[in-house]
Design a protein. Structure first.
Length: 391
């Protein structure tokens, strides 16, 4: 036997021992995985597990992994059951559970077991664009039904898993165009709203998107400036909104200044003001990172001032600029026409004053006939007259 052979024989035995010991020390898998629905958003997962006889005195916990679109942290429990939150919008209908030994050298976690979940009704899209406006005294939720003909029920619960959180019916209290809505009972802005939407075809569960209405803009005029201020919404102590205001002055685009109202010391947004101009402000807002997870709904428009410079595009000025010259020119044309037809009456041929003067100077008293058309005398030869001044 060579040294090499001895070494390899020893090494191989050692490796076998390692593998053998590792295989011995894997915790057994969970058995009898099952679930019940506590409510439409909550599952009670349960299982059984046989403790190996030779397992030392160490703590065994069960780790539940959410196989989710949302990357949720795994949860651990020493019990043989676990209340897991489940929303059709994020859960793929699958959990994986395995046993882990805490502070137990030499023992490794069990192989995971999967459990597949099916909802009590098929998962369908019942509503779309579901949003709840918060911040006022009431929470006002609205949605668009996916298939308007199918009657649907909306129920909700405030916050996820809790002992004292019954499911409440959201009675349809209004319908506004394509959207339907209802008013929820009052609750704090920091709470999530879990919604169950059901129709004859199936159900859908999700967390409601929470929105706040854009705060009202007040515009104050002082000297040659406009001061823009927003009433701060009541959505949490440190929460503030970032505004973007796009505005025009006399219909000319003036860009989009950004504005953040500093908490407790509201400093208005200052804009140079031309008294002859109409201002149009369009704004929206985004909550900062200290706000609860909300959105601001829509874009608001506010106008201030009047365009007072004379402009042709103005309605009344158009009348002045087009209609009056038109009437005037029609009048002129008509009067020219009348003038031509009745020229004899309106304008009898006037004798040339210079001729009269000449006649007077000549002493020629010959009467001119009024109607020259009847008789035109042959012009007499007239001798040139020379006037000699008398000395
Ligand atoms: C648990 O599963 C085992 C087999 O894996 C079975 O024999 C036993 O009856 C099950 N127990 C329950 C309570 O379902
Ligand atoms: C969950 O199931 C276990 C066992 O099946 C039971 O002991 C427990 O009370 C249940 N919990 C809830 C909240 O239903
Ligand atoms: C197992 O450990 C726990 C504390 O970790 C202790 O309370 C218990 O008495 C121990 N049991 C045995 C059988 O050693
Ligand atoms: C809820 O919103 C709708 C539509 O926006 C509105 O007509 C209704 O007055 C609101 N109700 C309350 C209580 O705010
Ligand atoms: C649970 O709700 C009831 C009324 O719905 C209330 O009287 C009770 O105080 C609540 N309990 C807790 C712990 O919030
Ligand atoms: C809402 O509907 C439920 C059951 O459908 C009913 O018990 C409750 O009184 C209704 N609430 C209102 C405000 O209509
Ligand atoms: C809606 O709720 C009412 C009263 O709870 C019930 O009779 C009806 O079947 C429900 N409809 C659907 C589609 O779930
Ligand atoms: C205008 O602003 C000045 C300071 O910028 C202030 O002293 C003055 O009182 C203001 N006037 C009005 C009418 O608000
Ligand atoms: C704009 O005109 C309206 C009436 O046409 C008037 O009531 C309003 O005060 C004017 N605004 C300003 C800022 O001059």
């Amino acid at each position: 036997m060579t040294v090499n052979a001895v070494f390899w024989g020893f090494f191989g035995t050692a490796m076998l021992m390692v593998f053998h010991s590792e295989a011995d020390h894997r915790l057994p898998a969970l058995k009898n995985l099952s679930y019940t629905w506590v409510d439409p958003f909550t599952l009670n997962l349960s299982w059984s597990w046989d403790r190996p006889k030779h397992l030392p005195n160490c703590t065994i916990k069960y780790e539940i992994r959410y196989l989710d679109k949302s990357v949720k942290q795994p949860a651990r429990t020493p019990n043989h059951h676990y209340k897991a939150s489940f929303l059709t919008e994020s859960n793929e209908g699958k959990f994986s559970i395995h046993a882990v030994a805490e502070f137990c050298a030499g023992w490794i976690e069990s192989k995971p077991e999967n459990i597949f979940i099916s909802t009590q009704k098929p998962i369908v899209n019942v509503v779309k664009d579901f949003k709840c406006s918060i911040g006022s005294s009431q929470t006002n939720c609205s949605w668009e039904p996916v298939s308007p003909s199918a009657g649907l029920n909306i129920s909700y619960r405030i916050s996820g898993i809790g002992e004292n959180n019954s499911l409440k019916m959201c009675n349809q209290s209004y319908s506004c165009g394509k959207r339907n809505g209802c008013v929820l009972e009052n609750h704090g802005p920091e709470n999530d709203i879990y919604v169950l939407a059901e129709n004859a075809a199936g159900l859908q569960t999700f967390k409601a998107r929470r929105v706040i209405l854009l705060p009202k803009l007040t515009i104050r005029e002082n000297e040659s400036y406009l001061y823009l201020e927003w009433t701060p919404p009541d959505i949490g102590k440190n929460c503030q909104l970032n505004y973007v205001v796009c505005y025009s002055e006399c219909e000319r685009d003036k860009g989009c200044p950004k504005y953040t109202s500093v908490l407790n010391t509201p400093e208005p947004l200052k804009i140079a003001y031309d008294k002859n101009c109409r201002y149009e402000f369009k704004f929206n807002a985004t909550p900062d990172k200290y706000c609860p997870p909300i959105h601001c709904d829509g874009i608001a428009v506010e106008v201030y001032g009047n365009n007072t410079r004379v402009k042709l595009s103005d309605g009344r000025l158009t009348v002045v600029a087009i209609v009056i010259p038109l009437i005037l020119s029609v009048g002129v044309i008509l009067s020219c026409y009348c003038f031509r037809r009745h020229r004899a009456i309106l304008c009898p041929t006037m004798p040339d004053p210079s001729t009269i003067f000449k006649e007077m100077m000549n002493g020629n008293k010959e009467q001119k006939t009024k109607s020259e058309s009847l008789y035109t005398p042959v012009p007499e030869p007239v001798e040139p007259v020379t006037i000699t001044p008398v000395n």
